[in-house]
Ligand binder design. Sequence first.
Ligand code: ADP
Length: 420
Amino acid sequence: MKILVLNSGSSSVKFQVIETDLERMNAHQDETLATGQVEKIGLSDSRLVLEVPGRSTCQDYREILEHRAAIDWVLRALTDSDHGVLGTVDEVDAVGHRVVHGGEQFASSVLMTPEVVEQIEQCTVLAPLHNPANLRGYYAAHNVLPHVPHVAVFDTAYHQTMPAHAFLYGIPFQFYTRHHLRRYGFHGTSHRFVSFRASQILGWQRDESRYITCHLGNGCSVAAIDHGRSIDTSMGFTPLEGLLMGTRCGDMDPAIVPWLMAMEELTLHQINTMLNKHSGLYGVSGVSSDMRELLRARSEGNVRADAAFRMFCYRITKYIGAYAAAMGGVDAIIFTGGIGENSPEVRERSLETLGIMGIHLDRERNAALLGGEGEITTDGSPVKALVIPTNEEKVIARDVVRVLNGIMPTFDPPETLGSS
Ligand code: ADP
């Protein structure tokens, strides 16, 4: 079946058309027919990019003021007789929507009935920037494609199996019961996919293995996948917690926030922007949030770029150590995301001191693996390390198939604390 996958942000809509079904999924033969995006929604020079494998990229510019017009434009491009990949919109069999926050209500992907949409609306309080944009994309797509199933795939869902001792914060319990204030974790589709794929590659049973998955892109998170279930992950209530990221600070002493607000007379908005947009690799190095530029600056002797690189890798090392301890051991480490897939330097540095845990890097394999899939540890290494390209759109398309076939795996949260 042909599935339109939509990732709707506040000013952009990324899309893919993916042909897949149960047979193709099992054979790992899903086919991406087209990818693209509409950028700068709300401005007069909105841009649509459409890429079809084997053809040259198409671009178009026009004024697009809201998501409905953006989705119309996407469908017109996809059915265009010269550049499109669909005869008519009727060829779209289903739509998969990336939804950032599913709160405690959603532990797996789900068909978007009116009740489900209402519940996603309720989760907006937890993700005020993301969920409304995701829903705008849904309403726009549902308007044009009202008769096909729409499925929501949540960034948070896979981590709903975290036990309370991993998801609670050490603040008064009433904030959890009153506001659902707890750790949720993100990048769940990616962590789920690469751990699943690792089992396929290694020929292991996922429910018999312990993985630590490192999703390193602009946003970065590590997850502990114990016998197929996420038991901890480094992002928390928001995607700000955990690793150092492109522009986000990751873990830090929370007392810094009021202290700095007082010292610098910052508003809530300013401190929020500083922690999310001006920190991380960019804030420490003063060079860039882009790992490629950071590595270049570092090789030219830039001391702050070197410090940012070291901090980035050191935190990955610490999380791997912590999660191995949490699971009583680890069988494989998996790297994914733009940095995880493409930076042998980051992988080498992060694993450098982990020989004590039985992780023995094969430097040549590691250096040779750029953007592909494979092992980077020596043949005899007791713990494996792998690189597996993630593809969140593919996971969304596959979840659409699973939901429609009634085979979406559900991972029940291990315990409830009576918050909902
Ligand atoms: P997003 O989280 O936005 O999906 P990506 O997964 O695309 O991000 O990852 C973006 C990051 O990947 C950037 O920091 C970029 O510098 C990094 N990256 C891409 N290619 C390379 C490379 N060859 N070497 C090092 N880093 C790379």
